[in-house]
Design a protein around this ligand. Structure first.
Ligand SMILES: *Cc1c(COP(=O)(O)O)cnc(C)c1O
Length: 442
């Protein structure tokens, strides 16, 4: 197993632009983050070092489910009749069923080492909350998860999973925080949003010196921790004698895409070996393909520093698609800069094509994928079909970021023909971008 995470900042031709203070529009220093994150996480967030050692206690926990398998999808290849070789890395073997455990364990470890007693976070679909609940239990920390009320009510199994790992799961908006009470005073029947849940979780962390907050995507340190996926894949490909021509992963905030792609991009950036890396987003939340590269808030409510990224505007509200993990208005700073520099590619796919791809995958490779992961499968099928038409033998690698065993209602809706594709009008994007334009530095 690899013993270091890879920090792509060291090899980027254009370094990421600094985060800005929303009030002064001046670059913000790392110390601004210390009320909410532990020191080591902040150090990693702003690091330029190429490699960062994975601490031994984290490696020990990784060994429970890693290395994750690299699997040749021979049955899918046959069903498509493609000359392409298709491989996938399967992150669904992790204790919470997705790649998110890779950063949850690292973050829980650094918090416990610095004497933190409790971690708060928010969760929408429940994948991140599940991963952090498990990780906190491993390192003896309390975990408090603010779960968007509508998911809290619709996804009882995710909540039970988190409770089983010992976490306290609270429907957001709640009456336990000032921000929650404010929302409830205005609307007692509010079903919540990720933005509200974030403010509740951050408020609890800021109020108590033994409590910190944790984020499951978007930030540099989260992407860093995920590179264990690609580092393993590099070694596994050495054993097969193959090397991917194309790497494909779904993109919500960018962490699993970065995780699988960045170690291969290192070879590209260092001029050793070329590769195409394609981030696949939901067509109903298309920040990479239809968004604007600009400064914007990382969260809906506007609590975070301003980040330079591809965004649809922080108050853009995506249609309620089943791939909850892809309903984020922006893309991480690192992925955004790489896309701007033409070093990675992006594609946006509607949900029905994604579920068709997921169903074919389930019937050939015998794993029900997470709705988010279906986006990578759909793009893989497009590439494999193109290979068939052109008679090209390419090697394709995609990230199966999670399993879909707790997403049965999504598959139920698909099987019943209840899904529809949402054609996002340009005017909706223009509206929210206009608001973000007011935030730009002069
Ligand atoms: C959260 C999630 C995603 C999207 O988040 P990224 O940070 O872009 O990786 C994709 N797949 C699964 C299974 C997820 O849980």
């Amino acid at each position: 197993m690899p013993r270091k995470w890879y920090n792509i900042v060291a090899d980027m031709p254009n370094k990421p632009l600094p985060p800005l203070d929303p009030k002064t529009k001046k670059p913000i220093g790392p110390e601004a983050l210390s009320p909410i994150f532990p020191q080591e996480v902040i150090r990693q967030e702003v690091s330029n070092e190429r490699y960062i050692d994975i601490p031994e206690p984290v490696l020990e926990k990784y060994r429970i489910y890693r290395p994750s398998p690299l699997i040749r999808a021979t049955e899918l290849e046959k069903a498509l009749g493609t000359p392409a070789k298709i491989y996938y890395k399967y992150e669904g073997v992790s204790p919470s069923g997705s790649h998110k455990t890779n950063t949850a364990l690292a973050q829980a470890y650094y918090n416990s080492k610095e004497g933190v007693k409790k971690i708060t976070t928010e969760t929408g679909a429940g994948q991140w909350g599940s991963a952090l609940s498990y990780a906190c239990a491993q390192f003896g920390l309390e975990c408090e998860v603010y779960m968007v009320k509508v998911s809290f009510e619709q996804k009882p199994y995710r909540k039970i999973l988190m409770n089983t790992f010992g976490a306290n799961v609270i429907a957001s908006p709640s009456d336990q925080t000032e921000s929650g009470r404010q929302v409830l005073a205005k609307n007692p029947h509010s079903t919540g949003s990720l933005g509200i849940a974030i403010s509740e979780a951050i408020e609890m962390a800021v109020k108590d010196e033994h409590t910190k907050y944790s984020l499951g995507s978007v930030l540099n340190h989260v992407l860093l921790h995920q590179t264990i996926i690609g580092e393993e894949a590099l070694k596994q490909f050495e054993m097969t004698g193959d090397y991917p021509d194309v790497i494909i992963a779904p993109l919500g905030g960018g962490s699993n895409f970065a995780g699988i792609a960045f170690p291969f991009l290192r070879n590209k950036l260092q001029g050793k070996r070329d590769v195409r890396a394609i981030a696949v987003e939901s067509a109903s939340c298309p920040k990479l393909t239809r968004g604007t590269f600009m400064y914007d808030f990382g969260d809906t409510a506007g609590y975070t520093p301003l980040l330079p990224m591809y965004t649809l505007g922080h108050d853009f509200e995506p249609a309620p698609i089943h791939a909850g993990g892809l309903r984020y208005h922006g893309a991480s700073v690192l992925c955004s800069q790489l896309l701007k520099d033409g070093l990675i590619e992006a594609s946006a796919i509607h949900q029905i094509e994604c579920f068709e791809a997921g169903k074919l995958f389930a019937n050939t490779e015998a794993i029900i994928p997470a709705p988010e992961s279906n986006h990578a499968i759909a793009q893989t099928i497009r590439e494999a079909k193109a290979c068939k038409e052109k008679g090209e033998v390419k090697t394709i690698l995609f990230n199966l970021s999670g399993h879909g065993f707790l997403d049965m209602s999504a598959y139920g809706d698909y099987n019943a023909g209840k899904l529809s594709d949402y054609n996002l009008p340009q005017s909706r994007i223009d509206e929210s971008i206009l608001k973000a334009e007011a935030l730009q530095p002069q």
